[in-house]
Design a protein around this ligand. Structure first.
Ligand SMILES: [Zn+2]
Length: 184
């Protein structure tokens, strides 16, 4: 690969992670490209994102073990299904959906028919690194950094204000602000 091509690829990758507009070659469209289309305004459209990714979501699943948050598994036809604990709060359900979507985007190779089943602490049998990655990406899907920074600049800085805008819990907002180096 030429130096120019390497630079170009790095540029495209940078634009992808920062959410800037760029031309997308449909032949190489990725789940991340699709996800971005549903992260342009707050609250982000996670159900729309799942649907566009071809993932079915049961947002009110019943788990025998009440200590579970959600799961993602591969079905016989090769499609994927997410189940969210229906007894959790709406905001927690949104984070769980974002976490499972993150597993799909990052760790499809380890999702089988048994699936990844996350407990209340988002531990599923995947490695600690994979859970950390899923939580990090989930935070971005739920509260995209560009949008958070834009709101922050406009003076929408309160934990509860931001939580209301992004339909996220105060704790999730606090963690996100810390990640982005913003303090209320
Ligand atoms: Zn997990």
């Amino acid at each position: 690969m030429t130096l120019h091509a390497r630079r170009l690829m790095r540029t495209l990758a940078t634009h992808t992670t920062e959410g800037k507009t760029r031309m997308i070659n449909v032949a190489t469209i990725t789940p991340f490209d699709i996800a971005k289309c549903y992260m342009k305004k707050a609250p982000t459209d996670l159900m729309g994102m799942a649907s566009a990714l071809g993932i079915r979501v049961d947002n009110n699943a019943t788990f025998e073990d009440k200590n579970l948050s959600g799961s993602i598994k591969r079905c016989r036809d090769g499609s994927y299904q997410i189940a969210i604990n229906g007894s959790d709060s709406e905001q927690r359900k949104r984070f769980t959906l974002a976490h499972e979507l993150a597993h799909f985007m990052l760790h499809r190779d380890i999702i089988d028919s048994v699936g990844l089943v996350d407990d209340a602490m988002y531990r599923s049998g995947a490695s600690a690194t994979e859970e950390y990655q899923a939580n990090s990406l989930a935070a971005e899907l739920l509260m995209p950094k560009d949008l958070v920074r834009l709101f922050w600049k406009k003076g929408l800085c309160g934990i509860y204000q931001l939580g209301g805008a992004f339909d996220a819990s105060p704790d999730a907002v606090k963690i996100r602000l810390r990640q982005l180096g913003l303090s209320p």
